[in-house]
Design a protein around this ligand. Structure first.
Ligand code: SRM
Ligand code: SF4
Length: 581
């Protein structure tokens, strides 16, 4: 592995952290409510983000004084393929009340996040998670993140189960090997504990894949199926699309270089979808993934974190050179890629027969937030369901929950529990709401510029009325919203992308594909929040009038292109530049 001058500050922090130990143990033992900045950076690799309550910050500055911060932690639990046992789920619900803000957030990578955890509760929370066999190790930080795969136990001949097995294998293979996590969270702290990690005392951990500096940036992997790309695979650094022949996986189509983050003021940054790289035999999946990760480790940009993702290495080198270097690392040539892109997506909401017998129910969870809110007591309903029916729990990349292994006579009991707690059945949700989602945004995300999770439901209320009025109420339409241009809510390949760009103002993107295989274009640069629906009404009207048979809104916007669409809707000239390439 090369080491060079000019590396960013974060690279130095990682190198000096002694394999992710840093000062975490020392600072945990101190009464201060926050960690030092360097320690907070190391903590990310343990799945913990230091945040402050942004609502509190605003309130505190309203009197004209300096803004004050109430420090809180976000803790992300890494759940490959999104599968949990009933007991794990019950423990997560209990920990949310004991250690967090009383909610759980299902993420769009099938993880669970706790928000609002005070520093003083971290050790107890982490110990509790470890007791039920869950980990936060590598859920964040410059490593391979949670590997996603479709969680639905459909009668598909076991294809999705095989993808899940591969997701687990990849996750285990790429977990950091450092003992730091165990030391920090399971060994006693305080005066009587012998710190085995004195400064300068390198314990000799080995990170055979990552090395001392870990990766230049996060790295994301997805496993998917062309007809059901519910994981949105092409937004990942590396995607494996199963090629199914005669009922089993004959090969994987490999795509590389997806990633959505961009900095609007820096034209060298851009969202990108993964590009076809190769076709590989099922047995080659892991070695190929390792070769790609190692190429990224050795050649990714360590000077400038804004340009440190795999997509930029591929853009700088070109796909051909990238493939050649991956082949060198692999020690053999890669098979040529096929023209084989995702064509569909399934939300998995409602009742389905389960492979192997019984039923599963896909329960809609608005923006993944599991909470009790006035008369809608979703969190309590999910606790009662878990205690009485003992279902398996699976989290979807659309941030919903699948309740699995239910018998025929448990179906009505589940529906009664939902109704008793004011939770609507998924079947009553509009296709618009089922396909849409927002990132977390305010008040916890430190990078948020605007509202996202708290605003999208209100926008969807209005859009549902508009769609009904235009006869589009049965149309699946995906609106993805984010509170900043980092793209966590995957807005750039959605049919409608809403991206927080200024105070209460959003960029509007149009023309992404329903299956996530095409980036949209920038339509409006800075639309005030209350103008978003009025800006979309003429577009939906034009679509209702001019759509071709069976055409989706995103496909219509792509077919028209921005100029023709503006003419059709009587708008001004198209916004130039910043269209994702
Ligand atoms: Fe993300 C940073 C939340 C999926 C691109 N993301 C963040 C942080 C940790 C903010 C920070 O760095 O301080 C957010 C924490 C908010 C909070 O309060 O919880 C955050 N990202 C999320 C989640 C929870 C959004 C959600 O609504 O579910 C998702 C957690 C996934 C997980 O379990 O691992 C989440 N983030 C994504 C995705 C979508 C995906 O992975 O499928 C993307 C776009 C794909 C990609 O990686 O390019 C994404 N997040 C980013 C970026 C931009 C990275 C870049 O290359 O520029 C950042 C900023 C950064 O890393 O510096 C970011
Ligand atoms: Fe935060 Fe921006 Fe990601 Fe939303 S897109 S969670 S605001 S970093």
């Amino acid at each position: 592995m090369h080491e060079e001058k000019g590396w960013s500050k974060v690279e130095n922090i990682k190198r000096e952290s002694n394999y992710l130990r840093g000062n975490i143990r020392e600072e945990l033992a101190q009464p201060s409510p926050a960690f030092a900045e360097e320690t907070a950076n190391v903590l990310k690799h343990h799945g913990i983000y230091q945040q402050d309550d942004r609502d509190y910050r605003v309130r505190s500055s309203q009197g004209g004084g300096p803004d004050q911060r109430r420090w809180i932690m976000m803790v992300r639990v890494k759940i490959p393929g999104g599968r949990l046992t009933t007991l794990q789920w019950l423990a997560l619900l209990e920990f949310a009340d004991r250690f967090g803000n009383g909610t759980l957030r299902i993420t769009n990578r099938q993880d669970i996040q706790f928000h609002g955890v005070p520093k003083a509760y971290l050790r107890d929370l982490m110990a509790g998670l470890n007791r039920v066999g869950l980990t936060t190790l590598g859920a964040c930080g410059d490593v391979v993140r949670n590997v996603v795969s479709c969680p639905a136990p459909l009668e598909d001949g076991g294809i999705r189960d095989e993808l899940y097995r591969q997701a687990q294998r990849l996750t285990e293979h790429f977990l950091p090997r450092s003992q730091a996590y165990k030391e920090v969270w399971t060994e006693p702290t305080g005066a009587d504990s012998a710190p085995a990690h004195l400064p300068g005392n390198d314990l000799g951990d080995e990170e055979p894949i990552y090395g001392r500096n870990y990766l230049p940036r996060k790295f994301k992997i997805a496993l998917t199926l062309a007809e059901d790309n519910c994981v949105d695979a092409l937004t990942n650094d590396l995607a494996f699309e199963a090629i199914v022949e005669s009922g089993s996986i004959a090969a994987y189509h490999v795509l590389a270089g997806g990633g959505l983050g961009m900095s609007p003021g820096d034209a060298s940054t851009f969202p990108a979808l993964a590009q076809p790289l190769a076709t590989v035999a099922p047995g080659e999946l892991l070695p190929v993934a390792e070769a790609v990760v190692k190429v990224f480790r050795d050649f990714g940009n360590r000077n400038n974190r804004r340009r440190a993702r795999l997509k930029y290495l591929i853009a700088d080198w070109g796909l051909e050179k990238f493939r050649e270097v991956v082949e060198e690392y692999l020690g053999r040539p890669l098979g040529p890629p096929r023209e084989f892109l995702p064509v569909g997506i399934d939300t998995h909401l409602g009742w389905f027969r389960q492979r192997g017998g019984g039923w599963f129910y896909g329960l809609f969870v608005e923006n993944g937030r599991v909470c009790d809110r006035s008369e809608i007591r979703l969190k309590t309903a999910l606790k009662v369901i878990a205690e009485r029916l003992r279902p398996g729990i699976r989290l979807t990349p659309l941030m919903d929950i699948l309740l699995t292994e239910l018998s025929e006579n448990q179906r009505s009991e589940l529906e009664h529990i939902l109704a008793d707690h004011g939770v609507s059945r998924s079947e009553e949700r509009s296709p618009l709401r089922a396909h849409s989602g927002a990132c977390v945004g305010l008040p916890t995300c430190g990078l948020a510029i605007t509202e996202s999770e708290r605003l999208l439901p209100r926008i969807l209320d209005q859009l549902e009325t508009v769609c009904r009025h235009l006869g589009l109420q049965d149309l699946p339409l995906c609106v993805h919203m984010t509170g900043c241009p980092n793209g966590c809510g995957r807005p750039y390949n959605a049919e409608i992308g809403l991206v927080g760009r200024g105070k209460d103002k959003y960029a509007i993107y149009l023309g992404g594909s329903p299956a996530g295989s095409r980036l949209g274009y920038l339509w409006e640069r800075l639309t005030p929040a209350e103008q978003i629906v009025p800006a979309l009404v003429p577009l939906l009207g034009a679509f209702a009038q001019h759509r071709q048979d069976g055409e989706y809104f995103g496909d219509f916007c792509a077919r028209m292109g921005p100029e023709a669409l503006r003419q059709l809707t009587g708008g001004s000239a198209p916004v130039l530049g910043e269209t994702p390439s």
